[in-house]
Design a protein around this ligand. Sequence first.
Ligand code: NAD
Ligand code: LMR
Length: 326
Amino acid sequence: MATTVTVTGAAGQIGYALLFRIASGQLLGPDKPVHLKLLEIPQAVKAAEGTALELFDSAFPLLAGIDIYDDAKQAFEGANIALLVGARPRTKGMERADLLEANGGIFKPQGEAIAAGAADDVKVLVVGNPANTNALIAASNADGVPKERFTAMTRLDHNRAIAQLAHKTGAAVSDITNMAIWGNHSPTMYPDLFNAKVKGERAWDAVGDENWVANEYIPRVGKRGAEIIEARGASSAASAASAAIDHVHDWVNGTPEGEWVSMAVPSTGAYGVPEGIISSFPVTVSGGEYTIVEGLDVPEFSQQRIDKTVAELQEEREAVSKLGLV
Ligand code: NAD
Ligand code: LMR
């Protein structure tokens, strides 16, 4: 039987890059048929229909069907995987609180719709920004769905952190293991070189340059999204879609022995991160369930930065709590 995958914001930039990779089998695996359910706002349904025509024309053997909706309840009915990509971008003159409120208007009803009709095993990935807090809003409004099924995407940050480290050290991307992103998908995120390895050596030692790590590497990874916007005139799309594929692929299929990936997941209280906020951690996955990796080395250099990004997430939680969204 086909796995039902619901994608919101299907007519957007990320949607366009994402849907073809899902339909080709890269999300779930080469032997797993998928049924796509696309959700868009009414004005963008026609564009989503155009993308559906192209998906049809690609004759993907694993694509069992495509349906398009402008109604969240119908779109999430029976969803095994839900990719929440559509969000309200910040526009000129908009304050942070306005952005959180506007997104509350999207992610609250979507959380309710997931609770109303998604499959019992639903797994949710929120990509739309502010991703961690949007995931918290959706989770808080999805009565009866276990909170741990709601995750947010920091895999793009994880991949960026690997690519920058490989470039600096001259190693291959495949030589970098055990990367971890901590905290929020925002410039405060913390890419951790104390636990990452380059050809098995601690990355911090392989680099041997604290100034570069503190003043070039961490800000570069944290502000990469802004750098892409500046260069392209639009936010990252294909790399974001690729990271969404990686996130769900690993959540469904598992992580290799001895390796972990970064996912923003509801905190269990691990590493002193307040329980319930959706913060990025290193996780391992087995049998479709993730576990936060405990007991890692967190020196003062890391702790200060983790505290800062977690404090930002707490502020976002307080702001949406005041709006009655969580
Ligand atoms: P986009 O503007 O090209 O597309 C967004 C789409 O969402 C539009 O087609 C819009 O009509 C749709 N949409 C808006 N409200 C909706 C709703 N209520 N239901 C269904 N669809 C809705 O944007 P994009 O480039 O595809 O980016 C999407 C989001 O992903 C943005 O919030 C962006 O900031 C975020 N993003 C996150 C990461 C990450 O790493 N977490 C990386 C890149 C981009
Ligand atoms: C990214 O990291 O590329 C995006 O989250 C940037 C953005 O603001 O859309």
